[in-house]
Design a protein around this ligand. Structure first.
Ligand code: PMP
Length: 310
């Protein structure tokens, strides 16, 4: 079965989904996207899309920011996504990329008087960061952009150049990931992940006001920490120096899952290995993500249920 895409309101083989070089979004970054995972559960022969509704809820909010109107509701987007993954026939973990974009073949910087388009593709996706050993981070020399530059709560494609600058600088300097600071010097987030610290037994993460993308994995971790471990997450400003004295640190994201951070700016985090709370949350998260914990059924969309095709 070829991988399919959803493009111009129909399912087509991925190789046939092409856009014009005149497309507005290509020139000006006028698109917004999501990254959604569907995780294979071998025991049940089922692929579970994780928190599909929440991703589309965020996409539609971002569309509002970017003046994009889509002819689909959250329910319809979830249904189209399920169909796309089903059609492509995957029996392994996959990553789904919806993109809402200014599709007019027109030049000129603006977001009004343009047509809107929507596409989706699905692909296999290997490990993004090392979740088993942990990663080494540095503080980026690139500051996180402010809400009044391009809202960082959005996944507007143009703003991701800020993240790409930070990621490439970090990797070229021998680190795995960057930690960006806000223009006020507070800790914000990684290039594609939110950040959590354990400081004196407290679970801490930068608040939404510190230019973070309000992550769905961040929300999942906060809920699991509270419901399963009785640990409240404290949202507050985090100073750079707290990164150096934290007992534990981890990053969260759809691609990154829960990735332990074992070194920051060449200083060990805690003892330089994966912390106790990080390990506990990782275990909980991996079970929940692939549909093993039925307490969280409302977060799962089964792809093959009822089709007889699993
Ligand atoms: N921050 C940024 C900048 C991101 O791109 C992502 C990935 N979407 C995240 C945080 C994590 O968000 P989520 O958990 O919703 O994937």
């Amino acid at each position: 079965m070829p991988p399919y895409a959803f493009f111009q309101n129909e399912f087509v083989p991925l190789s046939e989904a092409k856009i014009s070089i005149m497309t507005h979004a290509l020139h000006y970054g006028t698109a917004c996207f999501e990254g959604i995972r569907a995780n294979w559960n071998a025991d049940e022969n089922e692929l579970y899309i994780f928190r599909c509704r929440e991703h589309y809820d965020r996409l539609l909010k971002n569309c509002k920011l970017l003046n994009v109107s889509l002819p689909y509701s959250v329910d319809q987007l979830c249904q189209l996504t399920t169909e796309l993954v089903q059609k492509s026939g995957y029996h392994e973990d996959v990553y789904i990329r919806p993109l809402a974009y200014k599709s007019s073949e027109a030049l000129g910087v603006r977001i009004h008087d343009l047509e809107d388009g929507f596409l989706m593709l699905v692909t296999t996706f290997g490990p993004y960061l090392d979740v088993s050993k942990g990663i080494k981070c540095c503080i980026s020399s690139w500051r996180r952009i402010d809400d009044n530059v391009i809202p960082p709560r959005s996944k507007i494609t143009g703003l991701y150049v800020n993240n790409a600058f930070a990621k490439t600088e970090a990797m070229e300097n021998g680190f795995d990931e960057a930690i960006m600071l806000t223009s006020n010097g507070y800790v914000s987030e990684g290039s594609g992940e939110n950040i959590f610290l354990v400081i004196d037994g407290e679970l801490v993460t930068p608040g939404c006001y510190d230019s973070v993308l309000v992550g769905i994995t961040r929300d999942t971790v906060m809920e699991l920490a509270k419901k399963e471990l009785g640990t409240e997450t404290i949202e507050r400003h985090v100073s750079r120096s707290e990164l150096y004295i934290a007992d534990e640190c981890f990053m969260t994201g759809t691609a990154a899952h829960i990735t332990p951070v074992v070194e920051i700016d060449r200083r060990k985090v805690g003892q330089g290995n994966i912390g106790r709370l990080t390990k506990e949350l990782q275990k909980l998260y991996f079970d929940v993500e692939c549909g093993k914990n039925k307490k969280y059924l409302h977060w799962y969309t089964p792809v093959y249920a009822g089709t007889g095709k699993s």
